[in-house]
Write a protein of this length. Structure first.
Length: 147
């Protein structure tokens, strides 16, 4: 009698509503794979510094790149490695002289699914100078010093 009860219970467990059970298993596998794919990988990338300045400014700096730790999905990190990434630093508001400029990680354009965990250095020293080249001199240089 116990054997018949166990046999009936096992039959119901495995062979009743098989399609619904297969669908449930498939959905749970898809959710599991999506969650595994979103854990993210952490990589270190060199990001080039670029400077936004007005026409009458010149900038001298020694730091050319920053090192960033970036976390993201494989697809986002693949997009990141294919496209050069640049951090643009706006120095238009700075007066001439030696300045300590804070770098903002929000100024880095990253693909969707990638985030910056940290980067070094967070500050750079730049020497902002006035450009004394007049518009007339720029025009002469562009046209080969013709009058």
């Amino acid at each position: 009698m116990i054997f018949n009860m166990i046999s009936t219970h096992l039959h119901n467990l495995f062979f009743v509503n098989v399609r619904l059970k297969a669908l449930t298993l498939a959905v749970s596998l898809v959710v599991w794979m999506v969650l595994l794919g979103q854990r993210g990988t952490v990589v270190t990338r060199e990001i080039t510094l670029g400077f936004v300045m007005s026409s009458n400014q010149q900038v001298d700096h020694q730091v050319k790149t920053v090192e960033a730790r970036i976390k993201g999905t494989r697809m986002a990190l693949n997009k990141l490695s294919k496209n050069p990434t640049q951090l643009d630093v706006d120095v238009t508001a700075y007066a001439p002289g030696l300045r300590r400029v804070r770098l903002d990680p929000g100024d880095i354009n990253l693909p969707l699914g990638a985030t910056i965990l940290s980067f070094q250095p967070q500050y750079v020293k730049v020497l902002v100078r006035r450009s004394y080249e007049s518009e007339d001199q720029k025009f002469k240089k562009a046209n080969g010093n013709k009058k």
